[in-house]
Write a protein that binds this ligand. Structure first.
Ligand SMILES: Cc1ncc(COP(=O)(O)O)c(C=O)c1O
Length: 427
C-alpha cells in the first residue's frame, strides 16, 4: 500500500518536503550533540551497582566455600558463582564455567578453538574449506564480526516475529556440512527485541546438522532484562534437548554486563558435559584461572536468582520510561504515515526500526548531520550490507530522557524527509 507521501499530489509533496527541510534547518542551527547509538546502560543504571564496590575490603574474607578468590586456582570459577550462573540459566552447575567479564570474549574464544583445533574429534574448521555461519538478521554486529574475522562466511537468515526463519535454517543446517554454526540471541534479541517462540526453540533443538561439528551459539545476553513484571518467557533449550536425549548441539553464553557493570562483571558458558570439557581444556591454555574477586563481589551483592531479579526490576524502572518514550514519539510522529514499522520489545536494549526501501543509510547520515549519532545503517547485517537498506537500530538506554526525547524528535523529522524525498524521486 502506498505511504502518505506516495499518495500526495506532486505539489503537496513538494510543499511537505520544503516544510521538512525548513525544520531540519532549525534543528541544524541548534548544534545538537546527541548519541542514540550503542546499547550501554545509563549512569542511573550503573549507579545501582555501586554498593557492590563496598562489599570487598581489606578486612573481607576472600574465600568462597573454602575456595580462595585471592589467588590462582579454581579454574571453573568460584562455587557460588557457578551456582548463581547455573540457576540463572536453569542448568547444572557442573556444566558451567564462569570466566572473565565478557561473554563476547568467551564466544570469540570458542569460535577460535573450533576454527584452529576442531571440536568433537573433527578436523579444525580452518582445514575444512569454506565454512559458514547462519546469522539471523538484523542481528548483533559484534557476533558477525567474530566469524567474519576468521573468514567464516556469514549467511543472513530472515528474522520473523517468532525468531529466525526456521524453514531456511533447517534447510541449510540439515543439508550442508559446511554450515558450522548459528548465532542466536533468543530473548529480547539485539536489535529486534523479539523472543524466540517455543516452536522455534524446539525446532532449533531438533536440528539434524549435516556437520557433526555444528553448534548453536545461544547468546542469552538479555535473559533477565525484562521491562515489565511479566516478561517474555523463553523455553530452556537444554530442557528441550534433555527431553529428546540430544547432546552436543548448543553452547549457551551470558554475563552480568547489563546487570552490574559492563566489562567488569562475570561471564559464563554452559554446554553438554562433553562440550564443556572441551571448552575447559581450551580455556586452561589461555589462562591460569579466572578473575575471582569480581565473582566474589557479585555473589555477595546479588546472592541468588531472586536477588538478580530484584536488582533487574530497579533497572527496569530506569529503562521503562525510555522505551515508552520511543514508542510514544514514533507513534505520534510517524504512526499514520505508513512509511515505517518498528518493534515493541518487552525487554532488552533496542528497538528495531524499518523505513522504506533505500532509506536507512540516508536517514542515519541525515541524523549525523543534524547532530545525532545512530548505529551505522547496515551494521545489523553481515558485512554491513542490509539488502533493502531499511533497518536502523535505536538504542534508547544511555541518553537521559530529555536527550532521548530530543533525539527522537530529530529522528522523526529525518525519517519523514527521507521518505518524502524517496517518494518524490519515484515520480
Ligand atoms: C547480544 C549481545 N551479546 C553480548 C553482548 C556483550 O556482552 P559482554 O559485555 O558480556 O561481552 C552484547 C552487548 O551489547 C549483546 O547485545
Amino acid at each position: 500500500m502506498p505511504n502518505a507521501y506516495q499518495q500526495m499530489s506532486t505539489a503537496d509533496l513538494d510543499a511537505a518536503i520544503a516544510a521538512l527541510e525548513a525544520q531540519t534547518d532549525q534543528i541544524r542551527a541548534l548544534g545538537l550533540k546527541l548519541d542514540m547509538a550503542r546499547g550501554k546502560p545509563s549512569v542511573e543504571q550503573t549507579d545501582l551497582s555501586r554498593p557492590m564496590l563496598d562489599l570487598l575490603t581489606s578486612e573481607s574474607d576472600l574465600t568462597d566455600e573454602g575456595a580462595p578468590a585471592d589467588n590462582y586456582g579454581i579454574p571453573d570459577g568460584l562455587p557460588s558463582a557457578r551456582r548463581l550462573a547455573a540457576d540463572l540459566l536453569g542448568v547444572d552447575a557442573a556444566s558451567v564455567l564462569v570466566c572473565g567479564s565478557s561473554s563476547l570474549n568467551l564466544m570469540h574464544d570458542v569460535v577460535v578453538n573450533a576454527y584452529t583445533k576442531g571440536i568433537g574429534g573433527n578436523a579444525p574448521w580452518c582445514t575444512q574449506g569454506e565454512v559458514k555461519f547462519l546469522c539471523p538478521s538484523p542481528g548483533y554486529d559484534r557476533h558477525f564480526a567474530v566469524t567474519e574475522r576468521y573468514g567464516i562466511v556469514n549467511i543472513p537468515i530472515a528474522m520473523t516475529a517468532d525468531g529466525p526463519d526456521m524453514d531456511e535454517v533447517e534447510r541449510l543446517v540439515n543439508s550442508d556440512p559446511q554450515v558450522k554454526g548459528m548465532w542466536c540471541v533468543p530473548k529480547y534479541a539485539n536489535p529486534t527485541g523479539i523472543t524466540y517462540s517455543d516452536d522455534v526453540v524446539r525446532r532449533i533443538a531438533a536440528l539434524e546438522p549435516a556437520a557433526p561439528d555444528f553448534r548453536v551459539f545461544w547468546d542469552n545476553a538479555y535473559i533477565v532484562h525484562d521491562l515489565y513484571d511479566e516478561g517474555d518467557s523463553l523455553l530452556n533449550i537444554f530442557d528441550v534437548l534433555a527431553e529428546s536425549g540430544r547432546q552436543n548441539l548448543v553452547y549457551e553464553f551470558a554475563s552480568t554486563a547489563k546487570v552490574t557493570f559492563p566489562s567488569s562483571g562475570m561471564a559464563f558458558v554452559t554446554a553438554s558435559p562433553a562440550d564443556i570439557a572441551e571448552i575447559r581444556a581450551a580455556f586452561s591454555i589461555e589462562r591460569v584461572s579466572p578473575e575471582k574477586l569480581s565473582q566474589l563481589a557479585h555473589v555477595r551483592f546479588l546472592h541468588d536468582v531472586e536477588g538478580i531479579r530484584a536488582h533487574m526490576a530497579r533497572h527496569a524502572e530506569v529503562l521503562r520510561p525510555r522505551f515508552e518514550l520511543v514508542q510514544e514519539r514514533l507513534e505520534a510522529g510517524l504512526g499514520d504515515l505508513g512509511i515505517a514499522t518498528w518493534t515493541h520489545p518487552h525487554g532488552g536494549y533496542f528497538v528495531s526500526f524499518d523505513g522504506p526501501e533505500g532509506s536507512a543509510k540516508a536517514t542515519v547520515a541525515m541524523m549525523a548531520e543534524l547532530g545525532v549519532t545512530l548505529t551505522g545503517a547496515g551494521a545489523t547485517w553481515p558485512y554491513g550490507k542490509d539488502p533493502h537498506d531499511t533497518n536502523i537500530r535505536i538504542a534508547p538506554t544511555f541518553p537521559s530522557l530529555a536527550d532521548l526525547g530530543a533525539a527522537l524528535d530529530v529522528f522523526v523529522v529525518a525519517a519523514k524527509l527521507v521518505a518524502a524525498r524517496l517518494a518524490r524521486a519515484e515520480r
